[in-house]
Design a binder for this molecule. Sequence first.
Ligand code: C2E
Ligand code: CA
Ligand code: CA
Ligand code: CA
Length: 275
Amino acid sequence: AKKTGKNKYKVFTQLLRDDLNNHFTLENGLRKALEKNEFILYYQPQLHLETGSVIGVESLIRWNHPKKGLLSPVLFIPVAEENGLIVQIGYWVLDTACRQLTLWHEKGLSNITMGVNISPIQFRHKDFINHLEKILTDNKLDPKYLNLEITESVFMNIDESLFLLKKLKEIGVKISIDDFGTGYSSLSVLKDLPIDYLKIDKSFVDDLYSNEKNIVQPIIDMGNNLNLQLVAEGIECKEQLMILKEKKCHIGQGYYFCKPMDVNVTEAFIKNNLK
Ligand code: C2E
Ligand code: CA
Ligand code: CA
Ligand code: CA
């Protein structure tokens, strides 16, 4: 019994060591990736469901790893949030997305908006507002075209986030609540927030036509009552699109229209889908 106990311990420490090692390598890799410019942005178009016209895009980061290829953000964003690198990565994302948007505007794609995912850690960082204002000025971007996507978890500290949201309103950027319905924000809180868009989480869009008790309709009704624009994410088939249109959801994105794409393919898609 003693022996197996010891072996178990050995296995456990080895696993722990591997884990820490991986973590360490990943953290170093992320630092290098910033220096060597290995991150790239993909873009997923967002369409006005009634007309099918593109109204904007959401930027989604990828890591173009020299050995492992294109890596998904779910593999490295959580680590970057843990070690604080998300602040620098997030700054790079904001700057790159805004620069691209200004370029598109200059090319005549004038009313396109840009959604940027903001980690709660980046959102609460003391330099966030300064960073944001600098990026807007540097890129000569009208703030109303920038749409910051934050999750409900930001409202755990309601006083602090309300202060920040008001500041963002003064600057003039738009605010989306991402993954709406998956967090725990209470409706009474929501009604007092200066926000512009609710993004209905993909999980609710998934079972739109399989589940009669789906909560998409109540979310849409509430959004309409609060004068918010509704964005459905993860639309994968025609049936979902039809139901969402019928329920008067305004905007949507998903593989049914297109996957996130690199900058050139995105630009071609926008040009072909402006009405
Ligand atoms: P999210 O903000 O909820 O983004 C939506 C995710 O769903 C994206 O995954 C997108 O590619 C994927 N998606 C879009 N349409 C469909 C669909 O029809 N079907 C399916 N199955 N998936 C769809 P992605 O690009 O892997 O990003 C995952 C998450 O990583 C994002 O979730 C966001 O939380 C985070 N993320 C991505 N880019 C950034 C970034 O620049 N900064 C921060 N802080 N987080 C980011
Ligand atoms: Ca998002
Ligand atoms: Ca989302
Ligand atoms: Ca999500």
